[in-house]
Design a protein around this ligand. Structure first.
Ligand code: B12
Ligand code: SF4
Length: 473
């Protein structure tokens, strides 16, 4: 464990590093770092963000210019979550840590959603000094205070560190009871990301109480929802609008965990007469006409339903909290009210069979004006019901085996390749599906469109690109 000397009590410069360069479906604005930046500034630290997309200078130059006392790195993605063509981002992270290590002795602190899924394993793979798993604001402030004053860090909730014995300690996360913080939106970053087609994220709540078998979100944000007030959300949206943003993405795991929160948020937005549209993740259950109408009046332009499957058997074994009938009702309501929507589907998870796949495909055709984003296989993450069901430890495997080599569950009787062939077959006659990562030509065209200033929901890209790709009959 590194101890910073007591004479260093005045240390207060923190460089925040965003290494995420992945640009599918578009480069994602680093909202997590904006929250960390805000917490540090409020506590009196001087900060600078080095962003792999927005900064022209290298991270080494940023270090030499800023002379940080601490460096915080954010790891959002571990890999692309594509079963047939996986790409791991861990080597990039390891390289970035080594480059930093070569030019500075400042303690390296790693956090982010990707880190929070495999905290001990990523800590062991990289040369960082500390890790912070889960919600980062309070643990990071506590860690920096401890380092500046030379007090113990191992018991700070969420902190991962090396003990004098050489073993790795990871204190359990403790989430703050409320969620009322606001991010610091840096105009330079917002503009750089908007120019590349990114939609700024806005978080209206943290946590998800639902229990889908594969899901990491409760691990990252906690199992209990904590809500910001309508006024706080409006204030942030007004700030974004003042920066010229026309469209936002509500990044909550599920926006409608509680109907009263949706109502409060939408009513506050309507009262504020905001000129800004947004999209969000919704669970199909409990979506009524009144609720959807209210959301539309508040600027809802697109819904991403985390449906996963249209077979009730599969929905039950994935741990979903709704039935296909509710999916149908929500889809029909959205279509009737003229709200665009897409369904995210996962083929091949527990209890999926050829029959349930065909049931999902047949039912998809019946949903009016729908778009579908399909993935094959279920990425296996520690601390999920899927992990407990498979119990890899009993077969001599560790979480580390599942980190660098992305592993996916595909139900017995199915194969990833077989599912891929079936879904590619479908693409010949259906232009409203994207299966896995879009093909290279598709991505290149998307990049060109973004450079021309076209942005908005993913579905609108799909629409436009399919039309461009389809020769006139
Ligand atoms: C919204 C979302 C999206 C939206 C983003 C929309 C937008 N405009 O922002 C869309 C749909 C586009 C998307 C796409 C993808 N996503 Co996504 N997404 C999310 C989601 C639900 C929320 C992310 C978010 O903004 N959270 C809010 C911010 C405030 O939280 P945060 O970033 O976690 O930051 C906090 C902590 O992590 C920590 N922290 C962060 N940085 C740092 C740094 C330091 C130093 C410290 C101490 C702490 C710290 O403190 C922050 C504040 O408390 C997460 C799941 C989740 N619930 O976290 C998945 C998630 C981040 N996505 C994931 C993935 C994989 C992807 C894709 C690769 C999927 C794909 N195949 O297309 C792409 C990649 C996009 C890209 N270019 O990078 C994974 C990443 C982990 C992994 N498995 O690799 C997650 C965790 C979901 C999962 N499957 O487990 N995503
Ligand atoms: S998939 Fe969505 S609804 Fe299910 S546990 Fe995860 S965040 Fe919650």
């Amino acid at each position: 464990m590194i101890h910073v000397s007591k004479s260093a009590v005045s240390l207060s410069r923190v460089l925040l590093v965003n290494i995420n360069r992945y640009d599918q479906p578009y480069p994602v604005y680093p909202l997590g770092l904006a929250y960390i930046d805000s917490a540090l500034r409020t506590a009196g630290y001087t900060t600078r963000v080095w962003d792999s997309l927005a900064d022209k200078v290298s991270v080494e130059v940023a270090v030499s210019e800023f002379q940080p006392d601490f460096i915080g790195l954010s790891l959002r993605n571990i890999d692309t979550v594509q079963c047939l063509n996986p790409h791991s981002f861990v080597p990039e992270l390891v390289e970035c840590c080594e480059r930093l290590r070569a030019v500075t002795a400042a303690p390296l602190i790693l956090g982010g959603s990707g880190f929070s899924i495999f905290p001990k394993e990523l800590f062991a793979l990289t040369s960082v000094d500390y890790g912070v798993a889960g919600e980062g604001e309070q643990p990071l402030l506590a860690l920096l205070t401890a380092l500046r004053t030379g007090s113990a860090v191992a018991d700070i909730p969420g902190v991962v560190c090396k003990m004098a014995t050489g073993s790795v300690s990871a204190a359990a996360c403790r989430l703050s009871g409320v969620f009322n913080g606001a991010p610091f939106h840096d105009s330079r970053l917002l503009q750089a990301y908007a120019k590349n087609g990114s939609l700024p994220g806005v978080q209206t709540q943290r946590g998800c109480p639902l229990k889908c078998c594969y899901c990491t979100y409760p691990v990252i944000e906690g199992k209990r929802s904590r809500f910001r007030s309508g006024e706080e959300i409006v204030e942030e949206l007004q700030q974004l609008a003042a920066h010229g943003m026309k469209y936002a993405f509500f990044v909550d795991s599920v926006f409608n965990t509680r109907t009263s929160h949706v109502v409060e948020t939408c009513e506050a937005i309507i009262r504020a007469k905001l000129d800004l549209q947004w999209e969000c993740f919704l669970r199909p259950g409990g979506v009524t006409r009144e609720l959807l109408q209210l959301m539309k009046r508040a600027g809802l332009r697109h819904i991403e339903f985390g449906s996963d499957s249209f077979s009730d058997t599969t929905l039950a074994s994935y741990g979903k909290s709704f039935s296909f009938e509710e999916v149908r009702e929500a889809s029909e309501l959205a279509a009737t009210l003229g709200v665009q929507y897409s369904h995210f589907l996962i083929f091949g998870g527990p209890s999926e069979t050829v029959e349930t796949v065909e049931e999902t495909l047949a039912r998809a055709v019946t949903l009016p004006a729908a778009f579908f984003f399909a993935t094959i296989g279920m990425r296996i993450y520690p601390d999920t019901d899927l992990w407990r069901m498979l119990a890899p430890e009993q077969h001599g495997e560790t979480a580390a085996d599942y980190l660098v080599d992305p592993r996916f569950y595909v139900a017995p009787g199915l194969t990833a390749h077989g599912l891929h062939i079936r879904l590619r077959e479908l693409l010949k006659s259906a232009s409203n599906w994207i299966v896995g990562d879009p093909p290279a030509a598709f991505s290149e065209t998307m990049t060109k469109l973004r450079k021309r200033g076209i942005s908005g929901p993913m579905r609108e890209y799909v629409d436009l690109l399919q039309r461009l790709a389809t020769p006139p009959r």
